[in-house]
Design a protein around this ligand. Structure first.
Ligand SMILES: Cc1cc2nc3c(=O)[nH]c(=O)nc-3n(C[C@H](O)[C@H](O)[C@H](O)COP(=O)(O)O)c2cc1C
Length: 172
């Protein structure tokens, strides 16, 4: 098996991480735009010392992932003015058992959305659901409209870095 020698990529996994501070990134992507954003969020988070990053497509993300992470980022494309169905499914599968638990109360979170020309519908519905979990929003959402360019990817990296650095420092 090929070993990734890039120390940042080596810290991003799709499974459990042994690092002190755990950042979970849950996303859905059909044509790759949100995936690219998610990977940049992961890159930004993984650049912070003592942080382990778990990058998961929404259908693979579990309640355990959610309860065990110290902070999370949710990424979705906007479909029909709403979040992707599989991101909604992640919320549907975890909400009952996660809400009102100390592990999710005020858990730091941030959102990123990829849209053709809008994105506000997906964002507002994710934020509304996040209130139900009592997550704590710690960063302004990144909304990409149209082509994913380097400026957007840099913003995503910054989002991931800020989330991870704050969680690691315990400031949220
Ligand atoms: C079924 C479908 C519905 C969409 N609905 C919207 C929409 O309501 N608003 C919008 O701005 N873009 C809409 N788009 C465009 C996507 O949000 C956009 O292409 C996005 O970058 C796709 O992300 P992905 O590559 O991660 O799947 C839609 C795309 C599809 C396939």
């Amino acid at each position: 098996m090929a070993v990734d020698k890039n120390p940042i990529n080596a810290k991003i996994s799709s499974g459990a991480s042994p690092k002190v501070c755990k950042i979970l990134i849950v996303y859905h992507s059909q044509s790759g735009n949100t995936r690219r954003m998610a990977e940049s969020v992961a890159k930004g988070a993984a650049a912070i010392m003592n942080v382990g990053v778990t990058l998961k497509r929404a259908p693979e993300a579990t309640l355990k992932d959610l309860l065990e992470c110290d902070g999370l980022a949710i990424g979705s494309p906007e479909y029909f003015g709403y979040m992707a169905g599989l991101v909604k499914d992640f919320f549907d599968r975890t909400y009952n058992e996660a809400r009102e638990r100390k592990e999710t109360f005020k858990k730091p979170y941030a959102v990123f959305v990829s849209a053709g020309n809008d994105g506000t519908g997906a964002l507002s519905h994710i934020e509304r659901i996040a209130m139900g979990y009592q997550f704590k929003k710690i960063y302004e959402p990144v909304i990409a409209r149209g082509v994913i360019d380097n400026a957007i990817l840099e913003k995503c990296e910054e989002l991931g870095g800020t989330l991870a650095a704050g969680c690691e420092a315990g400031i949220y």
